[in-house]
Write a protein that binds this ligand. Structure first.
Ligand SMILES: Nc1ncnc2c1ncn2[C@@H]1O[C@H](COP(=O)(O)OP(=O)(O)OP(=O)(O)O)[C@@H](O)[C@H]1O
Ligand SMILES: [Mg+2]
Length: 310
């Protein structure tokens, strides 16, 4: 049973310009996206820079105004509802922001940053609150004395871990994790990802995991959606996407994953060229005359592809 349902969601931004600062164009950042999320599952959102991943995440937690479409949480329509700061929705849905630097208030100490959701949603005594903050810092591998410092005293990776500590403080149901590890060293990346998996099992959490890294998503997610120009080109289980990709854009993304080993490098290069030629040749089966991604059609119970050729 899904606890969240997103129907044909659109977020369009007007572009203003000219002498009178009038609306001269529109950015179709998210342009008709539907998803169903179940408890305890991890959903991956992959696509190139600017395709609308962060906008979709922000629209879900209510930071971006929804142009049309709807979001249902536990059966309730919460689209563009003015959400009370202390509402259950705000407690249950948390986000780890892509830009951890600007998402942490520079004038607050770390302990107050982490305590903010705790104070909003949990009724703890000051002593319990203190213990909870220590516990969260330990979970994300930060020293106890970090709590007295300010965000600018930390590196990008450390700030990202502080963001994670804050996001899990209130035992949320869904964490939208926007590139949570892309600013981290490889060794720390694995550590944070494994940690996120552990808390997922422990708290039966769901993730909407945003990344441009298909390897990270493969490691973390059960279900994957590939996004291009504000729309899903393909969505399916991890198996569907990696073992049976159908959309030319998905194939192109997969063929572009760099491999560490030099063995077979030439062969992979030839394959990439083949995929590219195929992309040009088959383009019309996957995009309309304006270059817009077609609607998704099912090819199995779990696997959907935006194409005409079925
Ligand atoms: N507030 C805004 N006003 C106007 N355009 C915006 C706004 N926010 C985002 N956009 C545009 O919407 C599109 C999608 O942006 P978004 O940040 O969602 O991309 P993204 O997939 O998260 O990219 P990245 O991987 O680089 O983080 C981009 O073209 C961006 O320029
Ligand atoms: Mg983004």
């Amino acid at each position: 049973m899904s606890f969240m349902r997103i129907n044909n969601l659109k977020v369009h931004f007007p572009v203003r310009g000219g002498f009178y600062n009038t609306i001269i164009d529109t950015v179709y950042a998210v342009d008709g996206v539907s998803m169903e999320l179940e408890r305890g599952k991890a959903y991956g959102l992959v696509g190139e820079s600017g395709c609308g991943k962060s906008t979709l995440g922000k629209a879900i937690i209510g930071l971006e105004k929804i142009t049309s479409g709807s979001i249902y949480y536990k059966g309730k329509n919460i689209t563009n509802k003015r959400r009370d700061r202390k509402s259950i929705y705000n407690r249950d849905i948390q986000m780890i922001f892509q830009d951890s630097h600007s998402s942490l208030n520079p004038r607050k100490r770390i302990q107050d940053i982490i305590a903010e959701p705790i104070r909003n949603f949990l009724n703890l005594t000051p002593k319990e609150e203190n213990r909870k903050i220590s516990e969260l810092l330990e979970i994300v591998g930060m020293p106890e004395d970090a709590r007295f410092k300010y965000p600018h005293e930390f590196s990008g990776g450390q700030k990202q871990r502080i963001g994670i500590a804050r996001s899990i403080a209130t035992n949320p149901k869904l964490i939208i994790a926007d590139e949570p590890v892309s600013a981290l060293d490889l060794s720390v990346q694995a550590q944070v990802l494994n940690f996120m998996k552990d808390i997922q099992d422990e708290f039966h959490l769901s993730y909407l995991f945003i990344s441009h890294d298909l390897g990270v998503v493969k490691h973390m997610c059960d279900h994957i959606s590939i996004m291009y120009k504000g729309r899903f080109v393909e969505t399916g289980t991890k198996y569907d996407i990696y073992n049976n990709p159908q959309h030319i854009y998905t194939k192109r993304l997969l063929s572009a994953i760099p491999k560490v080993t030099p063995i077979g490098r030439e062969k992979r290069k030839r394959e990439r060229i083949k995929v590219e030629q195929y992309y040009q040749k088959e383009y019309k089966k996957y995009f309309d005359e304006h270059g817009r991604v077609l609607d998704l059609v099912p090819i199995s119970r779990t696997h959907f592809v935006a194409t005409t050729s079925r």
